[in-house]
Design a protein around this ligand. Sequence first.
Ligand code: SF4
Length: 150
Amino acid sequence: MTNSNVEQNRSGNKIVEMTCIVCPIGCHLKVEVDENGRFVSVTGNRCPRGAEYAKQEVTDPRRVLPTSVKVIGGELPLVSVRTEKPIPKKLIFEAMKVIKSIQVEAPVKRGQIILENLLNTGVNLIATRTVKRIEEVEKNAKSWRDGAAI
Ligand code: SF4
């Protein structure tokens, strides 16, 4: 939830204010939630995607998790990764613990699955860049130097 602010209306329901982050317009939403935390209504959205976002955000907020994973034998010590889809916000701390404990052998290809079904969410963790093996980078550099010396 972004910039949330909570008030109460005359019927006792909570009005949660938030910014829709689905597109760059960033509509200011007012979401009505009953005493059991159930979604009642939303105003301020310019399109149905904003209503879906508001409903999801008050009932089961989710986020794409971008982070990095250790690489063994790579030209870089880390590879950037992200979840393929948003995962429940409440699992992010636990997901980070799992991700910190893993490492991957180079080479790593952009889009490669690094971890399947993260915390049984049905969502995979994927690499968002390529990391070559260090030997491959050194071999290419040597070939370039040898070629340049001729
Ligand atoms: S409600 Fe629709 S138009 Fe407004 S920010 Fe969300 S997605 Fe964009």
